[in-house]
Design a protein around this ligand. Structure first.
Ligand SMILES: [Zn+2]
Length: 390
């Protein structure tokens, strides 16, 4: 079916691949087939290990004839499962068009971002405009699930290949009311912590022979609950939320031997995982513990806070303003994305569609928004490769 538009056709081909994580179902073949005719060198990389399933990824790169910045576009072809297919008005992998929208799983999150970026590149090549600097694409088929063998591994690999990026755009939905009115320039960091208090078990009638961890846990909870900061220029105040205090005691005549307090902390750019762990240790040390002993540990991985420096985002902001007529809102809200794996390598921002309908039944994109995003990406690519000069 020819839908009559370059970007709509490409999106339809992507949506017809049932690429539920980690099965790519030909989606990366579609991306590669769009990029090879434009002069991109494409590598398919399957990473495995790390306690997760193997994942197929695509890295594509193209150098212009004149020197200039290296722009990276990152995205994912995988989608969340459609759920009850009978609940969809149009089948989730049919790319049906109705009422000026294309319906299908991934139309918003985020096959439209990939289709729009590839089409923007094709239009620039056709106009002879893609002659400066270098453009690369890092596309994974594992963002929605484990995200172990996807973008994180792809970035390590690209670095080992000698690639150094000047700026990265992640094509996740970022807009609010209209395409380009908001971009995401960072994220809070997070980790889960555990405080274990060791006491001495005993009979409640003989407390002098025991050491009850519960009053200590209560005092620790109070100490940890105090404010961490008052926020920063682009972030709300950091927050430590206690989610559990547990001694596993089923009876009322025993003083429990130990207890565990669990918390999750979301922190802004005033902290790192290390400085925050030091602060937590300091607060623990301020609590009198009697004959109890406490220790603190981080459970699982620390997700670091990142923020795109204003001067690095300037060419992106100028391009968006030139295209939409408005300076975008700079946001650091929302859930986690693969931008966290890119931030250690180069400044990164997320620019994409409005997020409405993502992960829902009848996920769909207005075709007018798809075209707007394509034009916006073309302007962004052109502007960034020109080094921010209009
Ligand atoms: Zn996504």
């Amino acid at each position: 079916m020819d839908t009559g538009s370059d970007v709509t056709d490409l999106l339809a081909r992507l949506v017809r691949c049932a690429s539920v994580t980690p099965v790519s179902d030909g989606a990366l073949d579609v991306v590669e087939s769009a990029l090879v005719p434009l002069g991109f060198a494409c590598e398919r990389l399957t990473f495995s290990g790390g306690g997760s399933y193997p994942v197929e990824n695509l890295f594509a790169t193209r150098e212009g004839s004149r020197p200039g910045p290296h722009l990276l576009f990152a995205g994912h072809t995988d989608v969340v499962p459609p759920g009850d297919e009978g609940a969809w008005t149009h089948p989730p992998f049919a790319a049906a068009i109705a009422d000026g929208r294309m319906f299908g799983r991934g139309t918003v999150d985020m096959k439209s971002g990939i289709a729009a970026f590839c089409t923007a590149l094709a239009r620039l090549v056709a106009e002879g405009q893609l002659d400066r600097g270098r453009v690369s694409l890092a596309i994974t088929n594992d963002e929605e699930a484990d995200a172990v063998n996807g973008t994180a591994r792809l970035m390590e690999w690209a670095k080992a290949q000698g690639h150094r990026f000047d700026f990265a755009v992640v094509g996740e939905p970022s807009s609010r009311e209209s395409v380009g009115d908001s971009i995401k320039i960072g994220r809070r960091g997070s980790f889960t912590g555990r405080v274990i208090v060791e006491g001495i078990q005993g009979h409640v009638a003989y407390p002098e022979r025991a050491a009850n961890p519960l009053p200590v846990l209560a005092a620790i909870a109070t100490a940890l609950d105090a404010p961490l900061d008052t926020g920063s220029a682009h972030f709300p105040p950091s927050n430590l939320e206690i989610v559990s205090i547990d001694v596993g005691n089923p009876v009322s005549n025993v003083i429990p031997a130990r207890g565990t307090l669990v918390f999750n902390v979301r922190f802004n750019d005033r902290w790192t995982g290390e400085t925050l762990a030091e602060e937590i240790e300091r607060r623990l040390a301020s609590v009198p513990q009697g004959r109890c002993r406490s220790r603190f540990e981080i459970a699982g991985a620390v997700s670091r806070c990142f923020l795109c420096p204003a001067e690095d985002a300037a060419p992106l902001l100028a391009a968006i303003t030139a295209e939409t007529g408005h300076m975008p809102e700079l946001s650091t809200g929302g859930g986690t994305s693969d931008a966290r794996f890119i931030a250690p390598y180069c400044p990164v921002s997320e620019l994409g569609l409005r997020g409405e309908g993502m992960h829902q039944v009848d996920e769909s994109v207005p075709l007018a928004d798809l075209e707007r995003l394509t034009r916006l990406y073309a302007r962004v690519i052109d502007h960034i490769l020109a080094g921010g000069r209009p």
